[in-house]
Design a protein around this ligand. Structure first.
Ligand code: ADP
Ligand code: ZN
Ligand code: ZN
Length: 736
């Protein structure tokens, strides 16, 4: 490459106005070191900031350019593939590139050099003589192979010395697939678990995956398999094939499923080839994980959504388990969905993207129906264990019969049966706390948060009212702050109340509870799950934290205290969410040898979502839901972009939102629908007033471009823009 004198640098500042490239001169001393993707230190105004080199130029935009001060040598440069991915994300999600880069880049370490001890071995299955045949013209590489021929593994340094070879010789051998660089930990002989023999159904699915992997091209497959059908076993064997092909893999799990148990299943099969990645890692552990990956010491990462940015150089397979999960969406900038990023990364790498779920997102199921994704199905649970029988209980009827308890008679009776038989029960309610709001019976006043337009939730154990959005808490008032009446009390139920009622009704039962109030206490979550696993608890009460992924063979009854909470949400995805939640939570029952039962309590027993969940019939749910989406013009038939404007001064927020909406309306094509300006569903949050505009249309690229232009134009035209908070959400999931 001809040497170009200027580096194009994105600086680590997050201001929308600075969302552009700055040119810096490269001093002669750094000529060799500044590469594409290098992390650099540059002067900016009167400060020094970090930045990333994203290109080179012959000319600078300005006459006087400053010099790059230093290059961070202790982090490898960002690969050009990840740089492309970052640019795509910035454009797709209308987010400053610097913000995207900060999400992708590993933290910079203070110390230099890697502490990982490397070792080399001949690739398992290869014979030295055969390899030597291929290396007649590469004497140094051949020397390395000769030395490795009768050694199981050798640390890098002595090997290079003996063979009089260099690191680049090793790299060449690695690229040809003759040797493997491993960490010294890997030397310890590990007893790895053997793959299971697949069921005929699993076998057919794996054949299709294998074909796709062999092609080495981008493809997307949707593995639709009922809960307990053995999807994980399929993933494990797909990973083994990908590894044999010499390529690397990313496995994404939703945050909630990233338990030791789950990661353990991958470790048991692949040992030290696996690195785990989750939000609890310390910065040091993160750095080490990234170093293991970019150094080629591991070939599989198992982690939460940001593991999608793992700096592998030859990615062959990306797996998203439970692809419908909301935790794949990041709700802070950059607001990306790991599924979409995975598809893009698969495209850039010629990799297979394998999405798995028992309840696929409507978007993915739709893409499978149009042929964009190849559909693979597992219809049976392993060993043909039956799916649990689901009873729907009409709560209106309970009231008519004079039962005011939060448990229907059916549910009470079935819990008692389980206690008699010493089997276990899970009780699910998707709201924590004791009661959901506090109301004065005389004047009707509801106690709300001081900073948010939200009512406070009563937590009995702490004797407090809490805001679930901003964390504000206050003591329970003795009297109504409006009228002074003492007849003030809580309504609506939460998990804390369910726990209390269970203890009252079944005093002999051992009861545990799991929700975010509890599991924030460190280690407590594991403790409770462990106790439940060992059958030290009879009943586990919890929020969606217990709905997903957990595998307790002793559970034969699942009770859904109310299916209505999520059905009633003012969101076009309410039906989809409810179906997914009901199916997932029902899937916790009957995983062992004894069949399971589910009781769903609802005021809405003939709702089609409830009926479809009762029959475990995803197809029926999907067919109805997709028609509704089409009729009402919702995704996947259109794209939505939400612009949320917030600020302390309500009038300015309204003014800004109105002006901006006006601008957007004049700039967009007539077929793009602009909804609003209107107050957001939660009008005030953490002392900020919130207004929004929603764009609806099917040509996303054009919508994005127009919106980007409008943002720029509006920010340049008025000072008001800079004093408001802007939040842009492309393909938003929830819109509270
Ligand atoms: P899913 O991920 O679809 O919910 P899992 O992969 O957890 O299902 O499988 C359910 C259970 O069946 C697990 O305990 C798993 O070990 C077991 N299993 C799945 N496939 C096989 C197989 N081919 N041979 C033996 N056990 C299997
Ligand atoms: Zn009152
Ligand atoms: Zn609040």
């Amino acid at each position: 490459m001809d040497w170009l004198p200027y580096a194009e640098v994105v600086v680590e500042l997050t201001n929308r106005k600075l969302d552009r490239i700055f040119h810096y001169t490269i001093p002669g001393t750094l000529k060799q070191k500044v590469q594409l993707g290098s992390r650099v230190v540059v002067p900016f105004g009167n400060r020094t900031v970090g930045g990333v080199v994203i290109g080179f130029a012959e000319k600078a935009e300005v006459e006087v350019t400053k010099e790059i001060k230093a290059v961070q040598e202790n982090v490898p440069p960002l690969t050009s593939e990840l740089l492309k991915l970052a640019r795509w994300m910035a454009e797709y999600y209308i987010c400053p590139l610097s913000v995207v880069l900060q999400a992708i880049l590993p933290p910079i370490s203070q110390r230099t050099g890697s502490k990982i001890d490397q070792a080399v071995r001949l690739k398992p299955g290869l014979r030295a003589e055969e390899v030597l045949q291929q290396l007649k013209r590469a004497p140094k590489q051949a020397a390395v192979i000769k030395i490795l021929a009768d050694k199981p593994v050798l640390p890098v340094k002595p090997l290079l010395k003996k063979a009089a070879a260099s690191m680049s010789n090793l790299k060449a051998l690695q690229d040809k697939g003759y040797i493997e660089l491993i960490t010294l930990e890997q030397q310890k002989e590990q007893k790895l678990q053997q793959p299971y023999e697949l069921t005929p159904e699993q076998g057919r699915v794996l054949v299709r995956i294998k074909e796709a992997l062999r092609k080495g091209q981008f493809a997307a497959q949707l593995l639709f398999g009922v809960t307990g059908s053995g999807k994980t076993e399929v993933y494990l064997q797909a990973l083994a094939i990908n590894r044999q092909l010499g390529r690397q893999a990313i496995v994404l799990l939703p945050e909630i499923a990233l338990t030791e148990q789950m990661v353990g299943r991958y470790r048991a099969r692949f040992g030290e080839e696996v690195v785990a990645w989750h939000s609890d890692l310390t910065p040091k552990e993160r750095r080490l994980a990234w170093e293991k990956i970019s150094g080629g010491h591991v070939s599989i990462i198992v982690g939460a959504r940001s593991a999608i940015f793992a700096p592998f150089s030859d990615l062959g397979l990306i797996i998203l388990d439970e692809e419908h999960e909301n935790s794949y969406r990041q709700e802070t900038n950059p607001k990306y969905h790991a599924r979409e990023v995975a598809l893009k990364r698969g495209e850039l790498n010629g990799a297979l993207v394998l999405l798995g779920s028992a309840t696929p997102s409507i978007e993915s199921a739709y893409r499978a129906s149009t042929g964009q994704f190849e559909l693979l199905t597992l219809t049976e649970r392993f060993e043909s264990r039956p799916l649990p029988q689901v009873h729907v209980v009409d709560l209106r009827e309970e009231l008519r019969q004079g039962n005011f308890s939060i448990f229907s008679r059916t549910l009470q009776q079935k819990i008692q049966e389980r206690l008699n038989k010493r089997e276990q029960t899970i009780l699910f309610l998707n709201r924590r706390g004791f009661s959901s709001f506090f109301v004065c019976r005389d004047c009707g006043h509801t106690i709300g948060c001081k900073s948010c337009a939200i009512s406070l939730t009563y937590h009995a154990a702490a004797r407090e009212l809490k805001c679930h959005y901003c964390g504000y808490r206050q003591e329970v008032p003795q009297a109504c702050p409006e009228c002074g009446s003492r007849r003030i009390r809580g309504f609506g139920i939460g998990t804390e109340r369910v726990e209390q009622e269970v203890r009252l009704l079944f005093p002999e039962a051992k009861v545990g509870r799991l929700d975010t109030d509890i599991s924030n206490k460190k280690g407590y979550r594991q403790e409770i799950l462990q106790a439940f696993k060992q059958s030290d608890l009879d009943i586990l009460v919890g929020t969606q934290m217990i709905a997903k992924g957990l595998d307790f063979p002793g559970v034969t009854l699942v009770g859904v205290i109310s299916a209505d909470l999520s059905l009633n949400l003012p969101d076009f995805r309410a039906g989809e969410r409810t179906f997914q939640l009901l199916t997932q939570v029902a899937g916790r029952a009957g995983r062992g040898s004894k069949p399971g039962e589910v009781v769903i309590q609802t005021y809405w027993p003939d709702h089609e979502v409830v009926l479809a969940a009762q029959k475990h019939d995803y197809q029926e749910f999907y067919q109805k839901e997709i028609l509704v989406r089409k009729e009402l013009c919702y995704p996947p038939f259109v794209h939505l972009i939400r612009v949320l404007i917030s600020g302390k001064d309500e009038e300015k927020v309204i003014q800004g939102c109105q002006d901006f909406a006006q601008l957007v309306k004049t700039k967009n094509a007539p077929e793009v629908v602009v909804l609003g300006p209107a107050p957001a569903p939660i009008q005030k949050l953490q002392d900020l007033y919130r207004w929004q505009i929603i764009l609806k249309g099917d040509r996303l690229e054009e919508m994005r471009r127009n919106l980007g232009n409008c943002l720029q134009q509006y920010h340049q035209a008025t000072h008001l823009a800079g004093r408001l908070h802007w939040s842009i959400d492309v393909d938003p999931l929830g819109m509270f």
